[in-house]
Every structure is written in C-alpha cells, then in structure tokens.
Design a protein around this ligand. Sequence first.
Ligand SMILES: Nc1nc2c(c(=O)[nH]1)N[C@H]1C(S)=C(S)[C@@H](COP(=O)(O)O)O[C@H]1N2
Ligand SMILES: [Mo]
Length: 323
Amino acid sequence: MKRRTYIDPTIASSDVTPESVFLNRRDLIKASSGGAAAALGLSAAQSGLAAEPAELSFKPDTQSALLKELTPYDDVTSYNNFYEFGTDKSDPVQHAHAMTTDPWAIKIGGLVNQPGELHLEDILRGFDLEERIYRFRCVEAWSMVVPWVGFPLAELLQRFDPKPEGRFVEFKTLYRRAEMRGTRSFTSIIDWPYREGLRMDEAMHPLTLMTVGLYGKTLPNQNGAPLRLIVPWKYGFKSIKSIVEINVTAKQPNTSWQELQPSEYGFYANVNPEVDHPRWSQRFERRLPSSIFNPNRVPTLPFNGYEEQVAGLYAGMDLRKFY
Ligand SMILES: Nc1nc2c(c(=O)[nH]1)N[C@H]1C(S)=C(S)[C@@H](COP(=O)(O)O)O[C@H]1N2
Ligand SMILES: [Mo]
C-alpha cells in the first residue's frame, strides 16, 4: 500500500518504526526508555512514560485541496482542549500522559440488536483505516487543518445493528479520577464523564470519522487517544475524545457543554459564521499556527466548508434556533 510519510520533528529518526505495522503493546512503548518498562510488563502509562505514537497502515488522502494548508504536528499536539487534564491549552500535553490507554475497550449498547464490547485491537484489525484531511474549528474561534486517520463511524454502528427507534447516538469519555487531574480540581465545572451526542443521520454521515490517529500515527493522549470522534462540520467540542461508551438512544442525549451553558453551546453546534457566540463573533477564525505578529485570521465558512455535503441534513431547520 502506498503511504505518505510525515516528517515529525519531535521524533528522532531512530525512534521511527521502519515499516507500517498494526498497533501492538510494544509499539506503544517508547523505543529508548520504554524498553525497561516493557521488560517489566508495564504499559507506558503505568511506568509513567508517555506512550509514543506508533505508525498506522492506512489509505492516504492524496486528493485533498487542504494538503498544502496542514497545521504542523507540533501545534496540533501541544495546543489542546481536554478539560479532564486542565483548562489551559498547554495542560493536556503536560498531563495527559498519566492516562492509561492499554488495554482499551468501548461498550456499545442502548437501542441496538447486537450490544457488545470492542477492544482496541479488534477495532484496529477490523476496520480499513483511511486518512482524512479536515478543517477543525473550535467554538473559541481558532482552527487547524489536520490529517486524521480513522474509519467512518457508520461502519462501527452498523456492526451493532441499531434498532429503527434509535434516533440519536450518545458518546462518553473515560472518567478515571486518579489519572485525570482536571477532574479532581475543585474549579472543574463539568459533570464527568464528558458526554456528547449526534443525531443518527449525522452519526451515519460519511464525513463522521472514528479517529485513531493523526499525521500517520496513533493519537497522542492529549488529542484523545486511543479513539475519538471527528465531526468536521461542527464546533470542536462535539469531537469527543478517548471514548469508552456509545449508546443508541430514542431521545436527544444531554451533552456536557449544553448542560454547562445552554445559551452558549447548542446540541447541533454546526459551524456557522452567521450565528455569533453570545460573547464573540464567529465570522473569522485564527488558523494555527497563529501569533500576535501573524494572527493568520481567515474567514469562517458555513458548516466549516462542508456545506455541500451536509447542509441537506438540516433542510427546513432554523439554524439560529438549533445552534
Ligand atoms: N473528553 C473530552 N473531549 C473533548 C474535549 C474535552 O475537554 N474533553 N474538548 C473538546 C474541544 S472544546 C475541542 S476544540 C477539541 C480539541 O481537540 P484537539 O485538542 O485534538 O485539537 O476536543 C473536544 N473533545
Ligand atoms: Mo473547542
């Protein structure tokens, strides 16, 4: 399989696995210092080492018009929102290594004919991975262009055979207080675990990606390892990280940000330059990397540039009301 190799400035060439391999425990452990931990049978997180991203096999996205606009790996992996580890943009990269991601399983239930559990190994073996270069727009008005690696969420849901009365899909993030310092903080405002949801047709849309990697490698913890959602036409908070549970439901599920501040964060959260956040405009975004001297301000596009593909999902809906 032809694949693109990304040059990652943060990884010495001696650390890079020479051929594409499927994820296994050994690949998750840093080649140098992780060796001792591996010999002791410890996972990287148990040993206190951040798991080093491992190479993935996937079909590269060679046609994307966004190929020339990619946000550098260092920015994608060091400027993050992952409140389980703190609310500063630099908290996740500093503290998310404490999260154990091996072993990992997701429970799929609710209104499905075949409820069950999937282990990460089965997910990586059981689905064809593909690269998708997407724009990613946070409600806070910063954005990136990221080469994700994953597979359509629809393929996963279909295996569990949703019942016809299932109209929504609910997602939950891992909640493990001992490993997530942000959840122990007394200033923490979210009712953990972090929860998100989609309407069934949004969940089944071919752009909706179950994501296991970025820049050709497994996700770093701070970006939602080992498995997260990416919904490119919605504000970033819909793209829930480190998923452990998926439920098909009849009613619209409660979501963390909506619960926190319903007047500011809606269930739909479609990127929309016409509907301002109550406290700021959504007409423009800061495309990372961005600095005071070079803010890199670009106009925000309706549905984040995916209008042609997804606007039909919302035909007849008042998008000011259903924000
Ligand atoms: N579990 C969980 N998922 C989350 C968040 C979070 O705090 N916790 N933050 C969301 C927000 S606001 C954004 S913008 C994106 C950020 O993803 P990134 O750090 O990979 O850029 O993750 C989303 N998913
Ligand atoms: Mo966000």
